[in-house]
Structures are given as structure tokens and as C-alpha cells.
Ligand binder design. Sequence first.
Ligand code: GLN
Length: 500
Amino acid sequence: MSELIRKNASELVDLLSSGEVSSVEVTQAHIDRTAAVDSAVHSYLHVSPESALATAAEIDRKRAAGEKLHPLAGLPIAVKDNLTTTDAPTTAGSKILEGWIPQYDATVVRKIREAGMPILGKTNLDEFAMGSSTEFSAYGPSKNPWDLTRIPGGSGGGSSSAVASFQAPIAFGSDTGGSIRFPAAVTGTVGIKPTYGAVSRYGLIALASSLDQVGPVSRNVLDAALLQDLIGGHDPHDSTSLPESLGSMVEAAKRQDVKGLRVGVIKELNGEGFQAGVKARFNESLRLLEAAGAEIVEVSCPSFEYAIAAYYLILPAEASSNLAKFDSVRFGLRKAPDGNPTIERVMAATREAGFGPEVKRRIILGTYALSSGYYDAYYGSAQKVRTLIQRDFAAAFAKADVLASPTAPTTAFKLGEKLEDPLAMYLNDIATIPANLAGIPGISIPNGLADEDGLPVGIQLLAPAREDSRLYQVGAALETMHEEQWGKRMIDFAPELEVR
Ligand code: GLN
């Protein structure tokens, strides 16, 4: 394995800017890795080696000519396949978009292009980002590089497995209920969902517009900060994007100070239903933070009990509306039924053939929840729960600067284990969903291995809206404490993948 691919993005950035390595070398090393392992891991739905190398060569030429470049210039990246790209198909993991090449780049894609970052390819996801395992991708699941019989998390399991198997130093994810943080937790990587509105969603294929957020997946907190500093900020193309800048995440990540900081442990997210090894590692990290001068306090968020129920009304309601545009006319697939092809029949045949079972389940749930007569009982009640959850967070943040919980109740489950049981799959997101409902930022960082199965565990930190920098500051501090304790990064415990 080339040494280059094991480096953190921030290390590669330094090597690139000092001229010690070229972008072509770094990019080629990742392309070679993908050729060697992705038949087993299946992180990518589409790879673009030629255009990645062309970008890399262009950056190398500019650097040699002494042009001023963006700090991330030449660093390759993988892009989740629900972000539009004009030079590659964008499927969102669905057959209904098979072969569709968008007319415009997502804003975050435009920003990485302008910075000169080669795009390695588009990563796998559950269809339209609905799921926690990538098993709902119409193109087959991605695998967890720690154990190929297990899920890499979802919906962004393509990005998490790519970063964890050294096929990309950094990647984009999107998080509506945990799709960045859960995949990060189960693959030993870092994932952050920024504050709602902190990063533009223009060109993100919408799942649930009041919850969706784009963010980084990486092997290191500083790496994620580098990317958030590039992609954050106001975008006139996204009416939900915040007008103000949230400051430098890189500076926050370098601060690494937890003295006097109050860390609130969410009582409801550390008890029943959480695997023993997950809880043990979580408690150890609290002790580390305490030893470094943080104060650990307990907080209670009683409304979290209703978070999943509320989420599975709000999300399907919004998704059913967002997915109405896939009508056989504007995008991708078109199926003509036998006999008289009226527009309604073409639309019905296309949606029947193009959407998978989870998407259909949620469209039915969503249209039902929005139907007149049920609207107040379901959607209306869910919105009230959302307000209660926001109040719980407000009360908790009166007592604590950041909140902490395990990112997920368990380590990576087996492929197929929860496929026939939608409710079990939904319950997996108990710790991540509240942040989306409240619009606040959350990060998952590697938190050691569970004793029972030796698989990665994640710890989640949450901060008030717009206070993303706290997550980088505390996350980076905890990461350093862990690395001192372990003598290496968590990803370095992962088994070698030598498959071809
Ligand atoms: N697993 C959650 C769901 O199925 C989260 C998805 C996401 O964040 N995109 O809705």
C-alpha cells in the first residue's frame, strides 16, 4: 500500500504545498487503491480517474509556475452521489435517476473545483439517502472495511467506507437524521453535520428540506475543519443558508482546549438499548475530558423519547413532496406501459419501476401523514414534538457548553440483519436524529473499539446552533487524548484490506 494514502488530508495538504509530493502522485495513489479494493468494498458508484488526474496535473503545473493556490489545491476528494456534478452521473442511489447527468454543479462541488480539488468519484448511498446501511442503494450495498460482512453505516456508507479504506483522504456526506455521523461512527472515521444552513444545499438532491445538511467525512478533526472552512458560508442559491460566517473551524480545531468546559451527558442516550462496549468507551472518554479539566454534568432531554416517531412523520412528509418531481418527464428513467400511454400511466409505471421499497414506503407514509383529516394528528403533532426537542436542547445548553452521547447504540451490524425490519433500522438513529430536528451541529469522532466485537465505536458531541467551532475544538482535543493513549490513530487498528 502506498504510504501516501494512509496520510491525513491535512498532512497531504502540507506535502502538496511544500512541493514534496505532486497532486498527480497523491491522486494516482488513491486511484490505484480503488482499483485494488473497491471490488470488495463498493464505495463508489462512479469513478472519474481521467478527470481527477487532469485536475491534478493542472494544479501541479500552476504550482510549478508559482501561481497562488487554495490551501486544499491538489487534494483529492470523493463526492456523495446525491450532490450534482456536471461531468458525472448523479443517481442518488436510485434507478429512477440512472444515467442522469445534471446541468449544474452543487455549490459545494463548485467550491472544491474552484479550489482545485480532484474529484475521485461519486460514492454510494441508500436510495435518496433513506437508510442507515447502504443496503437500500439500488446498486448494491457498500461494505465496512473493518469487516466486509458488516454495514458501513448509511446513508453515506460509500463515503465512510472510501475514507476508512484509504480510497479517499476526505469526502462529502449529507446528514438528514445521521447519515454523516452514523457511518463515521461504525467505520472509525470523523463525520460532522454542521448547523442547519451553515453549508449550502444547492445541488443536494433534497430528502427532507427542513433537516438536510451537507458536511465533511474524514480521518481527522482538523481535516474536516479544512473542508468546512472551504464549503461553509452564505449561498444566494440556497434560501436557508445562513447570512453570516461561523468563523474559522481550523483555528478552533487547533485550539484544543477543554479546561473549564462543561460537557453535558444526555441521560436518555446512554442507558437501555446501548451496547455494553459502546457505553464503556463513552464513559472512558468522559474521564479523559474530566482529567483534562472539563466538568462533566448530567442533562436530561425527556422529549427525545418521541424523536424517532416525529422524524418518521416529518421526513416522509417532506420527502414525498420533494420526490414528486421524479415524474418520468424531467429526469432519468421513463417507462412506457403497454396500451394507452397517458401521462398518468407513464408516470405511474416509471415510479413503480424506478423507486425501491424503502422510498415507496416513505412516500406512502408521507402522503398519508399530509392528507387532509390526518394532517393535524400526524404532521402537526410531529412539529410540536420538534418544538419540545428544541426546548430540551435549550435547557441542556443552559447547563453545558457541549453535549455528549454515543453516536449510535451499537457497532456496525451485519449486512442483512435489519433489512426486513424497518423499525429496527429506524431505531438505530436515536442519538443522531434530535440534532437534525433542532438544526444544531453534531460531530462523531472515533472512540475506540468495543470489547465484545473489536469494532469501532463513535462519540457524538453536540453544540448550540452556529457554535460548530466548539465541536472542532473539543473534538480535536479528545482526538489528541485518544491518540496519545493508543499511540496511533484509530483507523490504524483497522485490518489491512488486500483484495483485488
Ligand atoms: N437513517 C436515517 C434515515 O433513514 C438518516 C438518513 C439521512 O441522514 N440521510 O432517514
